[in-house]
Design a protein around this ligand. Sequence first.
Ligand SMILES: [Cu+2]
Length: 160
Amino acid sequence: MPLSLPTTMTHDHVDDTDMVISLSLPMDILQAMSKKIKLQIFLLVSTAALIFSSCGGGTTTQPSTSEPTDGVLRVVADDTQDFDKDRYTAAAGVIEIEYILDGFQFHNLLVEGYEDEMVLEVENGETSTGSISLEPGRYILYCDVAGHRESGMEAQLLVE
Ligand SMILES: [Cu+2]
């Protein structure tokens, strides 16, 4: 205990060991208490941070499955003959669609029953854009290249 040393040296008539014990004991308790409090505060803060980060993570990752903020419906196709999602959503009216190819194979994108309205085609990492006017309802997006729809290039489109 470095703090108790000067007091024990100046008061030589007082028993050294008593002074050391009486001075150092409350110090130890205080230090132990403050350490405990600090630990509790640290745990509290880290727990709060964990809750906040998990909440924030949940809200930031969630919107990707729903309607994009800029109103553009993005569909990503890849060479495994699949779309990035099984279900897309869009707002009713004129829907802007961005068909992004994450690969090289030729793919197209059609809305079942509306094949005459829009056909988007991509190849070699291209992005094709188009628009289609749809009423609220459930639609099917697909690629009509032979065998692709069956392989997984089919997705739901919910128009709200
Ligand atoms: Cu395809």
